[in-house]
Write a protein that binds this ligand. Structure first.
Ligand code: ADP
Ligand code: ADP
Ligand code: MG
Ligand code: MG
Length: 550
């Protein structure tokens, strides 16, 4: 069931009649004979920021390459010679696409493009940050951007020494310093903590030249919501075809996406809605179940970094969220619980018998996971039941995460997102008492993030296990965590972990630390970041309700 079939569509797409014909006219590009097809494009509007949301493999990055003029649309003609611009322009007569393609054809679009996989850049570009930024700069603003994006201390570094988050901020600065009229940001939140995400969002807003076109592809819905003026949903069958929706208002567009139905196209894009809890009664129930793992006050010393954690404990069925800036010791804490690091002070208290821990490290690399093995071998080893059709693990994890399509692939050949999904699936498939997942949503799309979240919740309940999830996406934390650990301190030098706090209380502490207020959308329950200094922002700050549930 893909949404295109006329008959017996399990997604119950409604306005299917005549759609195929209409749709074929909107075919913009096809990769090869049996390759992916892209219908329509998210068309930016002058002076506005267009947010793009949708599944991985729905053609978002392809759409950006076409908008930038890096990829000439072939209208699906893969056999004969690709059509000239004239023909492309004619094909879309009377649509918004026509104007856009005309501008491209006439060379009126000057694009600056922040690509999705920032890790690729150091392989192609060499040199010191200050040299690279100065060279890229066409607007005389690179020094200002360095300050705004907190890059000052990195100017003498070689690009190859940057962490993922530093690289991301560097590229945002380089792109904004270009004298362009189209600015494209493909997944700018990857590797960034919440403070950095908001900083990047504000800098993009402030520094794109007025009257330019801006498109942002983003899976962090709170950030997308905060940044965009309009939203386009890309839907379809991942890897097979993708369709760009009409533009929607930000709030309604994201809500339609979560509910799984697009009214303007009369199209169901998902069989069930994604729902956040609006009230916290469910999560506030104090868990009086068996204590699983506890820790006394812990001190962990690394070369140049110290982590101090207040005592805490985990209960059966509980999901503990971990939040805090980069470099504050979240991974150090998780590795200590996993037994990879020895605390200098304090101890971890495990109940009688051997505690089984399943750990998904932050950085997954193919070698550690088993580069030569196939995905199927790895899953079988973790838990054979993942491979029996219809079993809970098979349906809720393997199929929901679309890992079933990767079974024959070797680990070494997977893309970043595929690798992440396999690593998460393997970690969840193992029988364990505690699941430690360090940044499981990196590279995953919204639905995959929420599928992972849902699977973790159900798993911990069904198996009577507990989970600890390090996660920067506040919508995901909000969805999954029953209590949270808040990390504060000085990144790179010392970190402090709070005791586990109830979600509203922990979020309040965390947001106060960040100086950000959040309200919950009354319709879907998703968290929305208040615009700085808006009425709600000021009111919530005055009341000390940084995390507001209407
Ligand atoms: P998204 O950014 O939404 O995840 P992409 O635009 O990267 O999606 O990819 C959409 C589909 O097109 C995927 O199935 C991908 O494998 C395929 N694809 C992307 N680039 C190419 C290419 N250069 N040649 C062939 N297929 C490609
Ligand atoms: P987070 O997960 O919150 O981003 P980490 O726990 O990875 O933070 O790192 C905290 C600090 O400890 C960082 O400054 C990091 O560079 C440093 N660090 C991490 N691992 C080691 C190590 N093995 N030796 C020395 N320093 C380390
Ligand atoms: Mg992409
Ligand atoms: Mg970490």
């Amino acid at each position: 069931g893909c949404g295109i079939c006329v008959k017996k569509c399990p997604f119950k797409a409604i306005s299917i009649v005549n759609l195929p014909d209409e749709l074929e006219k909107m075919l913009v590009h096809r990769y090869g004979k049996n390759g992916f097809k892209l219908y329509g494009l998210p068309i930016p509007r002058e002076g506005k920021i267009l947010g793009v949301i949708g599944k991985n493999g729905a053609g978002k990055s392809t759409a950006l390459r076409i908008l930038a003029g890096e990829l000439r649309p072939n209208l699906g003609r893969v056999e004969d010679k690709p059509p000239e611009w004239d023909e492309v322009v004619r094909q879309f007569r009377g649509t918004e696409l026509q104007n856009y393609f005309r501008m491209l054809a006439e060379g009126k679009i000057r694009a600056a493009h922040k690509i999705q996989y920032v890790d690729m850049v150091p392989r192609r570009v060499r040199g010191k940050l200050s040299t690279l930024l100065e060279k890229a700069d066409e607007r005389g603003i690179w020094k200002e951007l360095v300050k705004e994006l907190n890059l000052s201390h990195l100017l003498d570094r070689d690009i190859r020494q940057l962490s993922g988050g530093e690289l991301q901020r560097f590229l945002v600065a380089a792109v904004l310093s270009k004298d362009a009229n189209l600015y494209l940001f493909d997944e700018p939140s990857s590797y960034l903590d919440i403070r950095e995400r908001i900083r990047v969002a504000r800098v993009i807003r402030r520094y794109v030249p007025s009257g330019s076109y801006v498109v942002v592809v983003e899976h962090d819905i709170a950030m997308l919501d905060y940044l965009s003026d309009h939203v386009v949903v890309m839907y379809g069958e991942p890897g097979v075809y993708g369709i760009a929706s009409k533009p929607y208002g930000v709030r309604t567009g994201i809500n339609h996406f979560l509910k799984g139905y697009l009214p303007a196209e009369n199209m169901r894009i998902r069989s069930e809605p994604i729902k956040y809890t609006i009230s916290f009664t469910q999560q506030q129930e104090v868990q009086q179940t068996r204590r699983y793992i506890g820790w006394s006050r812990l001190v962990v010393r690394l070369d140049g970094f110290t982590l101090e954690a207040e005592p805490g404990e985990l209960h059966e069925g509980e999901v503990l969220g971990v939040v805090g800036p980069n470099g504050i010791g979240k991974t150090t804490f998780v590795r200590t619980l996993a037994g990879e690091l020895e605390p200098a002070e304090g101890n971890i208290d495990k109940p009688e018998g051997q505690l089984r821990i399943s750990y998904k490290p932050q950085y997954v690399n193919p070698e550690n996971l088993g580069g030569d093995a196939t995905v199927e071998q790895l899953l079988r080893e973790a838990n054979p039941s993942t491979l029996s059709p219809g079993s809970w693990l098979n349906v809720e994890i393997v199929r929901r995460l679309r890992v079933d399509r990767l079974l024959d692939r070797r680990i070494a050949e997977l893309s970043g997102g595929e690798l992440q999904k396999v690593a998460v699936a393997v970690a969840l498939a193992r029988e364990a008492d505690i699941y430690l997942l360090d940044e499981p949503s990196a590279y995953l799309d919204v639905e995959e993030r929420l599928s992972v979240a849902k699977a973790i919740r159900r798993l911990t309940e069904a198996r009577g296990a507990a989970a600890i999830i390090v996660e920067h996406d506040i919508a995901v934390q909000d969805y999954i965590a029953s209590r949270i650990l808040v990390f504060t301190g000085t990144p790179g030098s010392h970190g402090k972990a709070s005791k586990p706090l109830p979600l509203p209380e922990g979020m309040n502490l965390f947001l106060r630390e960040l100086g950000i207020t959040i309200r919950k959308d009354p319709e879907t329950g998703r968290p929305r970041i208040n615009k700085e200094d808006s009425f709600l922002d000021r009111m919530q700050k005055r009341l000390g309700k940084y995390y507001y549930i209407p």
